[in-house]
Design a protein around this ligand. Structure first.
Ligand code: ADE
Ligand code: ZN
Length: 331
């Protein structure tokens, strides 16, 4: 098989701030004289104990991402990494909460910087980026409406989706229906984190109550085979991030991860890194582990990438352009 690094890849589930290399955040902290030493271990990696602590450290790292220029630099750094691992098309979660606290005018400026970085990265590395505005579940439904208003105002060629991340145990999907309805009416495609922590019922709730076409993670659907069959039948796409799930302890080992069982039962699964430096992963590392653990070969990876591209929230011209890169098997 071609080295996994050289397989052209489509990644659908990547948090922009969560992809910030620790050295990048440490550098910004130094520039701004902010003491963030507590969020790193002795080796300079992010340090956290469990999922809630991960969210806390994540938000602490975001405190030095204070302006559009920081997001320009972040976007370039992240896309350079992604492209180096064969990613030709990426969708990134963007949270206006971390970009001027959901103020629409501030958000427009942050977004302009992110888009400029995406255009420069496309010219430099050939990687195509689209953005999914993401509200944060544990910030509550009122704050989510503010994020949704930012989404509504900036929906278009680059901002193509709306979603929800954060603590899945906080509130219910239906609490966020207003925001999802607003985003849908603005023409945005929808995804929601579910079934990472909240079990199969959380997947069902997000799918039914928010009308999403993709589920972030969704892997705990495996505990309800009737639901698995319904997801397969309806063509709902799961944005699986196995390395993230293993490091955060959703599953104890790679061979206990349900991605292959879900695929074998007909569910559309895709592969992403979620927050790569937090989980010491890359897209090639994910592919290596999937090949090693489940025997996935070039044909399976081609199928996964085709599924991801079909489910991508981009326009038809972009999809056709990226499809050519996938077919060429040449990053
Ligand atoms: N935000 C960043 N990474 C996340 C994850 N794995 N689950 C929920 N929210 C997140
Ligand atoms: Zn995620």
């Amino acid at each position: 098989m071609t080295a996994t690094r050289d397989i052209p890849k489509v990644e659908l589930h990547l948090h922009l701030e969560g992809a910030a290399p620790p050295a990048f955040i440490a550098g910004l902290a130094q520039e701004k004289s902010v003491d963030l030493s507590g969020i790193f271990d002795d080796a300079g990696h992010y340090r956290y104990t469990d999922f809630n602590d991960f969210l806390r450290i994540y938000e602490a790292a975001c405190t030095v991402l204070t302006g559009p220029q920081e997001f320009y630099r972040l976007t370039r750094a992240v896309l350079e990494q992604s492209a180096a691992h064969g990613v030709v098309y990426s969708e990134t979660f963007l949270s206006p909460d971390f970009c001027g606290n959901c103020d629409p005018a501030a958000w427009a400026e942050y977004l302009a910087a992110i888009r400029e970085a995406a255009e420069d990265a496309e010219r430099a590395d050939g990687i195509v980026l689209r953005g999914i505005i993401t509200c944060i579940r544990h910030f509550g439904p009122e704050q989510a409406k503010r994020a949704a208003l930012c989404a509504q105002e900036t929906a278009g060629e680059f901002i193509t989706g709306f979603g929800i991340a954060g603590d899945e145990m906080a509130g219910k999907p239906r609490d966020f229906r207003y925001s999802f309805d607003l985003a849908r009416e603005a023409g945005l495609r929808l995804t929601a984190h579910a079934g990472e922590w909240g079990g199969a019922v959380s997947v069902r709730d997000a799918w039914r109550d928010l009308g999403v076409e993709r589920i972030g993670h969704g892997v705990q659907a495996i505990d309800d085979l009737a639901l698995v069959d319904e997801l397969a039948e309806a063509g709902v796409v799961l944005e699986c991030c196995p390395g993230s799930n293993v490091v955060l302890g959703v599953y104890p080992r790679w061979d206990a991860h349900p991605i292959e069982k879900l695929r074998a039962r007909g569910v559309k699964v895709t592969v992403s890194t979620d927050d790569p430096p937090f989980f010491h992963t890359t897209m090639s590392a994910e592919y290596d582990r999937l090949a090693e653990t489940f025997g996935w070969d070039a044909d399976v990876f081609a199928e996964i990438n085709r599924t991801a591209l079909d489910a991508a929230f981009c326009d038809a011209d972009t999809r056709a352009r990226v499809a050519k890169r996938l077919e060429s098997q040449d990053t």
